[in-house]
Design a protein. Structure first.
Length: 135
């Protein structure tokens, strides 16, 4: 069963304001489930569906404003779904749309970035390596 997020948490992951997210709900752009008390909850699948759309606005220079200046162009934005630490390494799994990608990075790097499940990050793919950067 997939996790349901509160609207504010979903807005933070998507990088949009809470009022914008509420408008998306009211206009049918974002599907939600309702609690018995009538509160909206956003399924993680909706977050995964909308992450790419929330980044495709404006000129390329403005869209890349959150990315570090780096030569790698294969930056895939997604959501952290799992983190497993084993000694000096950390295995980070991202959901990018309906796909998943896994990166092995140092445990120190993962802790320094304070990665947590549900956060929006980018995978930088270069040859056979997948690096993670906070967005």
């Amino acid at each position: 069963m997939q996790r349901l997020l509160a609207p504010r948490e979903a807005a933070n992951i998507l990088g949009i304001s809470y009022p914008t997210l509420k408008q998306w709900i009211y206009r049918g752009k974002l599907r939600t489930a309702k609690t018995p008390g009538g509160h909206h909850r956003v399924p993680e699948s909706e977050i995964d569906r909308l992450i790419p759309a929330s980044l495709n606005r404006g000129e390329p220079s403005s869209r890349r404003g959150n990315f570090r200046k780096i030569s790698g162009r294969n930056q895939l934005v997604g959501r952290v779904t799992a983190i497993k630490y084993s000694g000096l390494l950390a295995q980070i799994t991202l959901a990018i749309g309906e796909q998943h990608i896994t990166s092995i990075i140092t445990a120190d790097a993962a802790k320094e970035m304070r990665l947590k499940p549900g956060e929006r990050v980018a995978a930088l793919v270069k040859s056979t390596e997948v690096m993670i950067l906070r967005v």
